[in-house]
Design a protein around this ligand. Structure first.
Ligand code: ACO
Length: 304
């Protein structure tokens, strides 16, 4: 038994910031940013709070009365919540017509949060139930706008999926390599601080390498997989991972050029883009993987 994604949605705030904006405030260039990261633009909030992004992504799921009634788990993955209490997931329950027999939880596992949410829901969902998993971030509020090595990378946004119980198995694999230096906000720094090259190496070698192991552990070949759906941090990372795995970039979809790194929201936003473009077909076999602060990483196998 396992879980299946029934519906996807995404919400991006209205202010679009292209690389030329950063040229106007920092010693950087559109050429540097797009060639080193693949990013051309991202969305930043103006007056919205994170709960507004979360709510918009839920509205866009267009849930029926039957779906609202049978959602029993709400999980929000984020590392940029506006406050510690109350959590965002319980506020989702407050704003929509859900029942009260609901388990509501926020997850902070860096950019791994969305995949962590899939694993949690897979362990909880019962036949006939639905679950809501939302990834939402406002990185623009924690960035140092004088630090060219971090500020150009991130964007704001939210994505949501409605999950249902299904009789097909999922597989998961997780990792944690405690590292408080490479990515840090609020511990030693009032803004996000990052050792970019260290994060890059970790992602390509450890996380990229874990995909082959994951396939082997679950008796699958790379050719069995239709798409490797990665957290969107840097297009060069994805290219290296695809090359090391020996698969074509067509199997490593990306939308980072227009949204940047939206952390926990990046996977559901990408899934929603692919779904709208008709790229995801019933029965498609997916490996969905996330990685980031912690360091943490996680892989999930599921069928569309
Ligand atoms: N414009 C121009 N120059 C820049 C910029 C910029 N925006 N940023 C850095 N540079 C400079 C550096 O200062 C350095 O200059 P120097 O050689 O004179 O010292 C030079 O470019 C090279 O810097 P590197 O850090 O070696 O550049 P690199 O090719 O590694 O790219 C990058 C940097 C894009 C940050 C890359 O390392 C990366 O993508 N790392 C991963 C970041 C990431 O994914 N973080 C999110 C993790 S997910 C989460 O949980 C939040």
């Amino acid at each position: 038994m396992g879980i299946r994604i029934m519906k996807t949605s995404s919400y991006l705030p209205g202010r679009i910031v292209d690389n030329f904006y950063f040229e106007s405030i920092l010693d950087t260039s559109d050429e540097w940013i797009s060639s080193r990261t693949g990013i051309k633009k991202r969305h930043f909030v103006e007056n919205e709070e994170i709960i507004d992004l979360v709510k918009e992504s839920v509205v866009k799921l267009n849930l029926s009365q039957e779906e609202l009634r049978n959602v029993k788990t709400i999980v929000v993955a984020t590392c940029t919540s506006s406050h510690a209490i109350p959590n965002l997931a319980s506020q989702v329950q407050e704003h929509f017509d859900f029942g009260e027999d609901i388990y509501s939880l926020d997850i902070n596992m860096g950019c791994t949060g969305f995949v962590a949410g899939l694993r949690l829901i897979e362990g909880m969902i019962q036949e006939g139930e639905y679950a809501l998993l939302i990834g939402a971030e406002i990185f623009s509020k924690i960035l140092d706008f004088t630090d060219r090595s971090t500020v150009v990378l991130f964007g704001d946004g939210a994505g949501a999926v409605l999950l249902e119980y299904c009789d097909k198995d999922n597989f998961f694999n997780f990792g944690t390599r405690g590292n408080t230096e490479a990515l840090n906000y609020g511990k030693d720094s009032d803004n996000l601080s990052m050792k970019g090259r260290e994060v890059y190496k970790f992602a390509v070698s450890t996380v990229g390498g874990s995909i082959s192991e994951f396939l082997k552990e679950n008796n699958m070949q790379k050719d069995d997989i239709d798409y490797f759906i990665s957290h969107q941090a840097n297009i060069r990372m994805l290219e290296s991972m695809a090359k090391n795995l020996g698969v074509n970039m067509d199997k490593f979809p990306s939308n980072i050029d227009r949204v940047g790194n939206t952390s926990c929201a990046s996977i559901p936003i990408l899934l929603d883009d692919m779904s709208k473009e008709g790229k995801l077909k019933p029965g498609n076999r997916l490996i969905i993987f996330g990685f980031g602060a912690g360091f943490t990483w996680a892989l999930a196998y599921m069928e569309w």
